[in-house]
Design a protein around this ligand. Structure first.
Ligand code: ZN
Length: 213
């Protein structure tokens, strides 16, 4: 399988597809947030350095993240990986491209409109047992309205006051991502998946794109 650079606006369902890829094909999920937390927890010299930068409220440099990714990739024993949360900018994409072989990866973009994303956010409900559902997504609805499938408790909706904040986050994402999209389009690596398709249909499509043949 080819490696995946996963790019998607918030609420597009990247987590669900990543989990399917992990289960079915043994992909290793690499999130830069997790990677930074790991290196800090290790207590190494580099970890202390990273902690210092983050404590000061500064951003970790692209170069440092690329080096962390390089180290991480060296531990994978040839397993395919999903890169999540990086690159976010054109500079990062150019830097990343220096360590990835051209024929080793594909970019998967989950395409969702702001309207659809907001609908999903508004449909999210959860149970006190930790299980989450989405009333606006056929595949993620509870079997009985407002009742948890697992434990039978009543489902609760999260506060709506974060919808406005979500819209801002969504728009910032879109405006930052455009140069990145153009970069991968020019390399013929950009694959768009329509989020309105059925969950399995989307997974099949992604599988076809990353299959080695
Ligand atoms: Zn429950």
């Amino acid at each position: 399988m080819k490696n995946i650079i996963f790019i998607a606006p918030p609420a597009a369902g990247k987590g669900t597809q990543s989990n399917l890829l992990k289960e079915k094909y043994g992909y290793v999920h690499i999130s830069t947030g997790d990677m930074l937390r790991e290196v800090i927890a290790s207590g190494s010299t580099l970890g202390m350095e990273v902690k210092n930068i983050i404590d000061k409220g500064e951003l970790v440099s692209d170069e440092l993240i690329i080096n962390l990714i390089k180290d991480k990739l060296a531990t994978l024993d040839g397993k395919p990986f999903i890169l999540d949360g990086f690159p976010r900018t054109l500079n990062q994409a150019v830097a990343l491209n220096k360590i990835l072989k051209d024929d080793s990866y594909e970019v998967i973009y989950l395409d969702i409109t702001e309207e659809e994303a907001v609908k999903r956010i508004e449909g999210r409900v959860s149970c006190s047992c930790g299980k989450t559902y989405n009333l606006n997504d056929e595949g993620l609805k509870p079997k009985v309205n407002d009742i948890c499938d697992v434990c039978g408790n009543k489902l609760v909706k999260r506060d709506d006051d974060n919808v406005e904040a979500f819209k801002v986050r969504f728009e910032i994402f879109l405006s930052n991502i455009e140069p990145l999209i153009n970069f991968y389009k020019s390399k013929n690596k950009f694959n768009v998946i329509d989020v309105n398709k059925d969950l399995n249909e989307k997974f099949k499509e992604i599988s076809r794109i990353v299959a080695n043949d």
